[in-house]
Design a binder for this molecule. Sequence first.
Ligand SMILES: C[S@@+](CC[C@H](N)C(=O)[O-])C[C@H]1O[C@@H](n2cnc3c(N)ncnc32)[C@H](O)[C@@H]1O
Length: 219
Amino acid sequence: MNSDSSNANVAQSELVESALASRSAKVSDFSLFFSKFVAKGRQISSAVPSSPSMVGTVLQSVDFSRPATIVELGAGTGPITEQIVEHLRPHHRFVAVENDRDFCGILRRRFPEVTLLESDATRLADPLAKLGIHKVDYVLSGLPTPSLPPRAMLRLMHWLRDSLTPNGLFVQITVIPVLYLSFYRRLFDQVDYRSVWLNVPPGGVYQCSQPRKSYRRRR
Ligand SMILES: C[S@@+](CC[C@H](N)C(=O)[O-])C[C@H]1O[C@@H](n2cnc3c(N)ncnc32)[C@H](O)[C@@H]1O
């Protein structure tokens, strides 16, 4: 390891510790998130965690009054996780998924009650089956879905086709308003889009259902 990358790792460890100082250490979350964005670019896709407006719009898609299995993909530092946890009732099953080790450390310490899979969100069938989960009612995604490599995208879509219940929803955040509407319409029969202007940068939420049996990545 050269001295630049070792200094970067030390700096990230310090940011992780300071983000853990409280359950909602927003300023530290921003610094850590930004440093991850600089280091990993499109794998993180946003320079800052989701705003309360973005989180609120995601949660509007979920009917918490009914029993449901909810899976969150790409939980990051946990702004959406935190609000899901606030709404959970005994008739819910909830699993969060994140593949970044530092973010997973934060999520585990902030939400010890949550089942967290530190794994690739496009390889979920087996880990979820081990938890006894075969069908999912809500998939809430912070993943950089349009930037996924083609094979990862295929795996994600196969899993969604096999696992989403007939009325199930795939809810996807974006920080590039409306641009990917046609992309999601190629993947799902039903797609609605809601703008979220009070986010940095402004973004939105795609609410998708009925994954297509076959899809074309591009026109
Ligand atoms: C735009 S951030 C969203 C974070 C958080 N949900 C929020 O709203 O602030 C994308 C997150 O997806 C995670 N991620 C990217 N690719 C992933 C993958 N293949 N499997 C699991 N997590 C992934 C990144 O590490 C990052 O935490």
